[in-house]
Design a protein around this ligand. Structure first.
Ligand SMILES: Cc1cc2nc3c(=O)[nH]c(=O)nc-3n(C[C@H](O)[C@H](O)[C@H](O)COP(=O)(O)O)c2cc1C
Length: 383
């Protein structure tokens, strides 16, 4: 898997790999209808994504949270540790990339440098790192800290962390660095990463500090928004930050989507409404609380604004929907490519199973005919 990283005229596609019976929408019906996660299912899903033509898998990860009810019902649970899961998936695939989430909070740079080097060398250059700073105090307490660091400082830590990891990946001579947050003395054993200058780096921060982090360090920025205009606005904010770094055009945007493809007219939308009709509101409250703050404060917001607020969260109303027949979804993607700076699309199927994933191959066929996608197995870059 060689560079250059991507062709700006093409779209690439990451399959948002299951990290639970549901990821979004938090529907009990979806949790019951998806195959129970375990070794065989993970391997079948990875092979199905490779067969369909996906460029990469994206594996989210968190350590802890409020999620008692969510766990009981399978909403964003069980969540296997991303880099460990990736090793299993690399063993049964040939060319699909695997982007794993790893935190900069709670670890040391040498841990991640070594893990990443092993993943990239073992996979012959197919590994990417989704750099996250962590969600909240529940995770921090697991590591013996009272609370997670202040928001912008977490990104300052992450900047130093990523600089050190990148140095450990390339430097032949021992490092002797006493930074503000980390001290590193010495050099990393082989193997070193295969991808040069370094493996793919992705992030998903939306705040000014998060966007500045992506502009300074990353190759892709995951963005959330339920319309093309919002996705484009996020792309413009990124371009401004890239100009400040002297990296204009070097970081692509990757919208996160909820995708349902059904060949009957209106069937995809009906499926979405059916799933949204069986939301688990208590699990939604817990999961929203992990993303937004304390579970009690979310309960009081929902008590004030009514269950409609929870429904909006739990059914992903703020997320871009790709819904319709394969031809309609392909048209939606061609429009997205024309109207925004999108380079990669993160595809999350709420009712995932191997057939659902393989079915996306029909969308990719339309896109290939339209000249905006080529199969990763036929080109010399993957991201
Ligand atoms: C699609 C998507 C996936 C994400 N996956 C993770 C994840 O797996 N683990 C995590 O800790 N944070 C994850 N995040 C959260 C981001 O890393 C980031 O913390 C969040 O978007 C808030 O960023 P901000 O504080 O800069 O606005 C994800 C965000 C998005 C939009």
């Amino acid at each position: 898997m060689a560079k250059p990283r991507s062709n700006p005229d093409l779209l690439s596609f990451s399959y948002f790999f299951p990290t639970g019976q549901t990821d979004h929408i938090w529907s009990d019906e979806a949790a019951r209808s998806t195959p129970t996660l375990g070794r065989k299912v993970f391997l079948d899903m990875a092979r199905a994504a490779e067969d369909a033509g996906f460029d990469s898998l994206f594996i989210a990860d968190t350590w802890s949270g409020h999620q008692r009810v969510a766990e009981r019902h399978g909403h964003q649970s069980p969540k296997y540790q991303a880099p460990l899961l990736a090793m299993g998936l690399f063993a049964v695939t040939e060319h699909i990339g695997v982007i794993t989430t790893i935190h900069t909070s709670h670890h040391k740079p040498a841990h991640v440098a070594r893990m990443g080097a092993t993943l990239d060398a073992f996979s012959e250059g197919r590994w990417g790192w989704n750099v996250v700073t962590g969600f909240g105090d529940a995770e921090a307490r697991l590591f013996g800290e009272d609370a997670i660091g202040a928001h912008d400082e977490r990104y300052a830590v992450a900047n130093e962390f990523v600089d050190l990891v990148k140095s450990l990946w390339v430097e032949e001579e021992p490092l002797d660095v006493e930074g503000r947050y980390f001290t590193v003395r010495g050099r990393l054993k082989a193997p070193r990463p295969v991808q040069k200058p370094h493996p793919l780096l992705v992030s998903a921060g939306a705040s000014p500090a998060g966007i500045a982090f992506a502009a300074r360090n990353c190759d892709q920025l995951v963005v959330a928004g339920n319309t093309g205009e919002k996705i484009q606005a996020a792309g413009e904010r990124l371009e401004t930050a890239l100009a400040a770094e002297g990296r204009v055009g070097e970081v692509g945007t990757a919208p996160f989507t909820i995708t349902i493809v059904r060949e009957g007219d209106g069937e995809a939308e009906e499926e979405y409404e059916r799933l949204a009709g069986s939301l688990n509101l208590e699990a939604t409250t817990e999961l929203a609380a992990d993303i937004l703050g304390g579970v009690e404060s979310i309960r009081s917001i929902i008590a004030e604004q009514g269950p409609e607020a929870a429904r909006a969260w739990g059914s992903g109303r703020g997320i871009l929907k790709l819904m319709g027949t394969s031809e309609q979804v392909a048209e939606q993607l061609i429009r997205l490519k024309a109207e925004t700076t999108t380079s990669n699309v993160l595809v999350n199927f709420p009712l995932w199973n191997p057939d659902e994933v393989r079915g996306f191959g029909k969308v990719l066929d339309h896109l290939r005919e339209a000249g905006v996608w080529t199969p990763p197995s036929t080109r010399d870059f993957s991201w």
